[in-house]
Design a protein around this ligand. Structure first.
Ligand code: FES
Length: 225
């Protein structure tokens, strides 16, 4: 390929290559796999991915807060203004409930139905279709451990076991102190950094079983006294 002045232009590929092909790029294995810059992640959490734009749930949930008043009413109105048909706002409206309550109680689904002029059964049908809506109460921190293939090959079972043991729960239970619920989930979309764990709206990557106590301790420290 030539420039306007007729000189041959060297094309430097911008993609730094993929795993296994270091060739002309002279990259280290750690740079290719990204492991050289994720070392501090397990304890800090971060990389919220879509969770940042679609709040999953608040750590400070308000079980008695009116659902669509004040700030939350303004948010619902903003959501509604984006759609010609109110029904199209159902998923984001349910997300607002989810964010406040941490799950979708039946009466909250009914309130959404009323606001969006939908049949309650329609709202229930949608809410129960998607696995990311919780239909029962959870601990303050919902710990979702990916045990899909990449994570599984890198010790996800031990990570899951450690979370269950440290929180004293079985899968889906709320711990006695109300802080923890641990779930086993399918791929969290962070397969390059196994084991991936999502805790509320935060991602923890490259988690090993021995990281679990420190992660829990750090989260516990965030709970207001
Ligand atoms: S397999 Fe665990 S994040 Fe994809």
């Amino acid at each position: 390929m030539t420039n306007d002045d007729g000189k041959v232009r060297k094309i430097r590929p911008r993609n730094p290559g993929f795993a296994g092909i270091t060739g002309e790029f002279d990259l280290t294995e750690a740079q290719i796999r990204g492991t050289d810059y994720v070392g501090a992640r397990p304890l800090d959490g971060g990389h919220p991915s879509v969770a940042g734009t679609m709040p999953y749930q608040l750590t400070t949930r308000a079980p008695d807060l009116p659902l669509f008043e004040g700030e939350y009413l303004r948010r619902l109105e903003k959501v509604l203004s984006r759609y010609e048909d109110r029904r199209a706002a159902l998923l984001p409206a349910l997300h607002i409930v989810h964010e406040i309550r941490g799950y979708l109680p039946p009466e909250a689904m009914d309130e959404v139905a009323e606001r969006l002029l939908l049949a309650p059964a329609y709202v229930r049908g949608v809410a129960t279709f998607y696995t990311m809506y919780n239909l029962q109460p959870l601990g303050r921190f919902l710990i979702q451990v990916c045990t899909n293939i990449s994570c599984n090959l890198c010790g996800a079972d031990e990570v899951l076991r450690e979370f269950l043991e440290q929180t004293g729960t079985e899968i889906g239970e709320i711990s006695e102190n109300g802080l923890w619920t641990v779930l086993e989930v399918e791929c969290l979309g962070a397969c390059g950094f196994p084991t991936a764990v999502q805790i509320n709206e935060r991602f923890f990557e490259s988690v090993k079983a021995e990281d679990v106590p420190a992660i829990l301790k750090r989260l516990e420290a965030e709970v207001p006294a």
